[in-house]
Write a new protein. Sequence first.
Length: 391
Amino acid sequence: MKYNFDKRIDRENTCSVKYDLRQTVFEKSDVIPMWVADMDFETPDFIRDAVIRRANHPIYGYTFRDAGYYQPVMEWMQSHHGWTVQRDEIIFSPGVVPALSFAVLAFTRPGDKIIIQSPVYPPIFRTVEDHNREVSNNRLILKENTCLVDFTLLEEQAKDAAMLILCNPHNPAGRCWDKSELERIAQICLKHKVLVFSDEIHADLVMPGFRHQVFANLSPEAAEITITAHAPSKTFNLAGLATSSVIISNPVLRASFSQVIEKMHLGMGNLFGSVASTAAYLHGEPWRLQLIDYLHKNIEYTETFIRNNIPGLLMYRPEATYMIWLDFRNFGLDDTTLKNKLVHEAGLGFNPGREFGPGGEGCMRMNIACPRSTLTEALGRLGNMLIGNLP
């Protein structure tokens, strides 16, 4: 089946964070919203059909997840990432960010240092700080339109850290960390007994020419120190159904993590999230491949447009994810002025880079998971704001 990613869908008045909170976030309700990391594409029909079939049953009572839920997760990990996962290693979580909170509570104590790598997804900062842990920032080296790990600094920080939060692939820079980079991180963390929380929510959105490496699958030793978070939510546009998996090989770590969820009584989850997740993993590969192709072409279109029309704007071409990191520093605008010009002159709603921590100043994150016509309009507005007189 050929899916139509060019179709524009009206998302207003659906309690959409991305659309219905524009006035609150940007003080302007008609910006093109390219901030929240969900897609403007229809959730696939086979998922909607599965949810509707279950919704047609007249009772939505207490439910549990049986083998029909876990087996597709295991098969997806094996077929897509070469990772053999056992049933008892998978723990339900109502999202990857909640899973991060559970891990911080399970494995660290107030005052402990937790390594993060900015610029990075803002909730990672907040989760550490909200639980009274200390951020140890292994700031990424932004260089030649890509980002690199500062391994010398990481070695020092690991000496007195309890945990490293790894964004793999990285959000917002779009790095698909290669195996050698991850192996070096693993060596440092094993040496200093640092646990690794690997956020792999974008693992299935890797662009052509790159391959995702599951951190826990580097070696049996790496698996022993790793908590892996994975979900179908980004890949299949299911964020509103709050369903993800945490995979932990180490039985001691797994028991501690599970205990936190049990104490909070959050393990039951969402009936429709389970249905949607199962349908996604069972039937989603043809749709996912077409999605990747469309996103890849959106990335190429963006790169070509910027190169030809907006000299001075630096684009970090994503190796994974549908987010593009844009560096505006050549235009001499402070962060507040840049945001105001984007919102009020161009009518564009991007994520300000400063929200992603040190290294994000003068930058913006743009979501290109939208129909090509929307992207074309947004880039035209951006070019006219910065350069003017575009055709």
